[in-house]
Design a protein around this ligand. Structure first.
Ligand code: SF4
Length: 72
């Protein structure tokens, strides 16, 4: 089954995360680094209010696939 190429944005008003589902290799790195923010079983799965912009940006930078990025 083909995965739809889904691009979603999540913002806290300060920074915006872009998430591209087809790039995600499900390493779980984001969840491991910042489980208060990245909650795959929840909707929306990224909770932008649960950490500082700095902490979120750091976790995003550690995503190995590029599925998560910060919108410039
Ligand atoms: S760190 Fe990136 S590749 Fe890994 S599960 Fe999170 S979004 Fe997917």
């Amino acid at each position: 089954m083909d995965k739809n190429n889904l691009i979603k944005e999540y913002t806290n008003g300060e920074i915006t995360i872009v998430w591209q589902n087809t790039k995600c290799i499900h390493s779980g790195m984001c969840v491991k680094k910042l489980s208060l923010v990245f909650q795959p079983k929840s909707q929306p799965w990224i909770k932008m209010d649960n950490a500082s912009s700095e902490a979120i940006a750091k976790a995003v930078s550690q995503c190995p696939s590029g599925a998560l990025s910060i919108k410039k």
